[in-house]
Design a protein around this ligand. Structure first.
Ligand code: GLN
Ligand code: ZN
Length: 775
């Protein structure tokens, strides 16, 4: 078998027109059965393999990854390895397999059975499901879905390279199953898990696989490996054991999203045949670590995580330097292409100049194929290589990339622009301005995006509705949502965000410096997809964005209405961002535009403004040494956006996760008056951390997990609230769902909010009966 020359670590799984998403949602809606859904997903997989082959990855040498997943690849690994939590044991068939219905149940929950927790995948906006592993989890090679998918491609004439989460990463990303003894860490089960991996690998080999890719991104992340002693030895012995197992395929160990650092040496010292390094985020090895010489080095020189065309000249030079260090150098993307859209050719509406700067998944495959050829035929393809480098130069010099007036305004701001009055002063001013009860109830902003809202938006896009008719429709929707909230008895109301297709795209469409795509969808979790805008130039705000909506909502009620903005860090995290200047500089430009919006909301009489930063932790660098600088600029950007607010204006923020430990000082540094966070899935686990850190401002730990269609009972919410007020002083506690309600339906939202308001009333009454100690 010839050695391969170019590959990618993975490819979008949703299908170019979101076919996989639609198939899954049809299953959940009862419009398709399991067999029809399996067929639809198989068609997407087959299309991917054919497409990668058309683009130049070879059919018979394992260049093409087999990296699909129905819902999430970490969930797939848990199912394959027999690590299904006991509460879902009934969805596992007698043969060990879990069908799409069962898989959906584990991912989405069922009645009182909470789904697996969901959290961010490294520093991306992809979310994975967190496996639960305890001392007694009975690992076994249970489900062979991956092997069947490999065989299906082989039958189609393609020898692909199966991709699965590696054993170390699998355990490091798992959480201790409920009931595990204190201090238990899933990684302690590594020796029990390795034989199951060996069995799985042997099954792939028996089915004909030449190579299998094991993804070990946890090895580049200090937080994933925190607390593990002797990591190098653990890696060496794990891969020593796997490579010693009989009947295995060749192994490619991939370390995307960062730099392996000191773990490169131990990995290279094992008998694995290939290593995939991220050379965009990580540094290229200067000298060959012992053991690399005979191996295949899969060199990730094309950014799998952003959309700019590669500087091909620079990439080729790097590849040439690497060539003497390894047996074979294969050109590749730095990460799976899961994080980018399919094809720039679909974006016929984009400015042609901008289009020429972009590379989506298919263009990145072109780039790795071209680099692979150029590496093997020195001197050939010089024209194409130069064109890649020229596209980059063209982008950096384009009009709009640098706007002196934007830069001058920022340069003129002093440090006082980031500073509000003391919290005590603000608190008093806000109490008298707002007059809220103890345990105030609110929501995170969006209400369900109904079929009618989507239809109206589509009609507007297609020109069937005029702008006036569309806005009329949206105002009626706001009226309805305000009336509903009054009826439910919520204390702080929202307008419901019906005008927003997406919380980042909406701002991108209304700010200068951004472009938006038509088909540029990427998977966020399960069937949920987002369309990240492209931030290419200097940012400014041509006109107020949200003010008319919030002002209209406020005119319909006497209760306080909260204005809703997306924060600068989140706008960056969920966009594809220019890479020609530090992110912090770009964040300041966005923040200044938002600061103007906050001022206009205040001027329109809005007394509460929420600036969402759900992605604050997502961009946290994976290496601890890089974190302080990041936290400094990200916190400063939030403060720049919000610190212009008057004392009486209550600034809220919302963060979409619950791992707070690492960033708690930064959250405190945001200086928001109220912070809402995710907490329902993890049963308020985060609150003791918050209390310990002495966090003294308002905190709204989510009591309703909106990522699941399950409606929590009134008792369940009451119980969560009791937990909250037992760890944090009641006067700090707010009552709200985990996140926005846009992905839910009214059938779930109305009862869930009813239970939330009732639970708040109940706990208020309990507190009144047993008074809180005065502060
Ligand atoms: N205000 C946004 C909403 O409610 C926040 C969403 C988020 O945090 N992802 O939809
Ligand atoms: Zn959220």
């Amino acid at each position: 078998m010839p050695a391969w020359s170019a590959t990618v670590l993975g490819y979008p799984r949703i299908g170019p027109r979101r076919e996989a998403k639609k198939a899954l949602e049809a299953l959940w809606a009862g419009q398709a059965d399991v067999a029809a859904t399996e067929r639809a997903l198989a068609a997407v997989r087959a299309r991917t393999v054919r497409r990668l082959n058309e683009l130049g990855l070879r059919a018979h040498d394992a260049s093409i990854p087999s990296a699909s997943s129905a819902y999430d690849h970490v969930l797939d690994a848990a199912i394959a390895l027999g690590a299904v939590p006991a509460r879902f044991a009934d969805v596992v068939g007698e043969d060990g397999r879990v069908d799409l219905a069962g898989l959906s149940t584990i991912a989405r929950g069922r009645g009182a059975d909470a789904p697996l927790e969901m959290t961010k995948w490294f520093d991306t906006n992809y979310h994975y499901l967190v496996p639960e592993v305890g001392p007694d989890t009975a690992f076994r090679f249970a489900d062979d879905r991956g092997v069947r998918e490999f065989s299906e491609a082989l039958a189609d004439g393609f020898l692909t390279r199966p991709v699965l989460v590696g054993p170390v990463t699998f355990l490091l990303l798992s959480k201790a199953a409920a009931g595990s003894p204190d201090g238990f860490a899933p990684i302690e089960r590594l020796d029990d898990l390795l034989p199951v991996y060996a069995e799985l690998l042997a099954a792939y080999a028996a089915a004909g696989a030449a190579w299998v890719q094991l993804d070990e991104p946890a090895l580049v992340s200090d937080s994933a490996t925190a607390g593990v002693d002797g990591l190098a030895e653990l890696v060496r012995s794990a891969y020593g054991a796997l490579t010693a197992a009989p009947g295995r395929p060749r192994l490619l160990v991939a370390a995307p999203y960062g730099d392996l650092g000191e773990l490169l040496e131990p990995l290279a010292s094992t008998a694995v045949e290939g290593l995939a390094l991220d050379l965009v985020r990580g540094a290229a090895p200067r000298r060959a670590p012992r053991g690399l010489a005979g191996k295949t080095l899969v060199a990730g020189v094309v950014d799998g995580h952003n959309v700019w065309r590669t500087d091909l000249g620079a990439a080729l030079a790097l590849l040439q330097e690497l060539q003497p260090l390894a047996g074979t150098v294969v050109t590749s993307t730095s990460t799976s292409l899961l994080h980018v859209p399919h094809d720039v050719a679909d974006e016929t509406g984009l400015d042609p100049g901008l289009r020429g700067w972009l590379a989506f998944a298919d263009q990145k495959v072109d780039e790795v194929v071209l680099l692979g050829r150029a590496l093997r035929e020195p001197g050939a393809h010089a024209g194409a290589i130069a064109a890649g480098s020229a596209a980059r130069a063209d982008r950096l010099g384009a009009p709009g990339a640098v706007r002196p007036e934007v830069r001058a305004r920022l340069a003129a701001l002093g440090p006082q622009a980031l500073q509000r009055s003391d919290y005590a002063v603000r608190r008093a001013a806000q109490e008298s301005a707002l007059g809220l009860p103890l345990l105030p109830t609110t929501t995170i902003g969006s209400f369900p995006q109904t079929a009618e809202i989507r239809a109206a938006r589509a009609a507007r896009t297609a020109g069937r509705l005029s702008q006036e008719q569309y806005e009329e429709f949206l105002r009626a929707e706001v009226d309805r949502v305000i009336a509903l909230q009054e009826e439910l008895g919520l204390d702080v109301l929202v307008h419901g965000e019906p005008e927003r297709n997406d919380m980042v795209q909406y701002f991108a469409e209304n700010l200068d410096g951004f472009a938006v795509t038509r088909h540029g969808w990427v998977q966020s979790y399960g069937s949920r997809c987002v369309r990240p805008p492209i931030l290419w130039g200097d940012v400014s705000r041509p006109a107020p964005i949200t003010v008319p909506w919030s002002a209209h909502a406020a005119s319909r009620t006497t209760r306080p209405v909260k204005g809703m903005l997306t924060g600068p860090v989140t706008i960056l995290a969920w966009s594809f961002v220019r890479d020609d200047q530090p992110l912090g500089d770009t964040a300041r430009q966005v923040a200044l535009a938002l600061r103007d919006e906050v001022a206009d909301l205040e001027a329109a009489g809005i007394g509460i403004v929420q600036v969402d930063e759900p992605a604050l932790r997502e961009l946290l660098p994976l290496r601890r040494a890089d974190q302080p600088a990041y936290l400094e600029w990200s916190v400063a950007a939030f403060r720049l956006a919000t610190a212009g607010a008057a004392d009486a204006t209550q600034v809220h923020t919302h963060l979409c996760y619950s791992e707070f430990g690492e960033v708690i000082d930064a959250i405190d540094g945001l200086d928001a008056d109220v912070t809402s966070i995710e907490a329902a899935r993890s049963r308020m686990e985060v609150l003791p951390d918050i209390a310990r850190a002495g966090f003294a401002r308002g905190i709204g730990p989510g009591v309703h997990d909106i990522h699941s269609p399950r409606v929590p009972s009134r008792e369940e919410v009451t119980e969560l609230l009791r937990l909250a007020v037992s760890s944090v002083p009641a006067r700090q506690v707010w009552v709200n769902p985990d996140c926005g309600l846009k992905t839910r339906g009214y059938a779930e939202t109305v009862p869930a909010l009813r239970h939330l308001v009732a639970a708040a009333g109940q706990v208020r009454a309990e507190l009144a009966a047993a008074p809180v100690p005065a502060l």
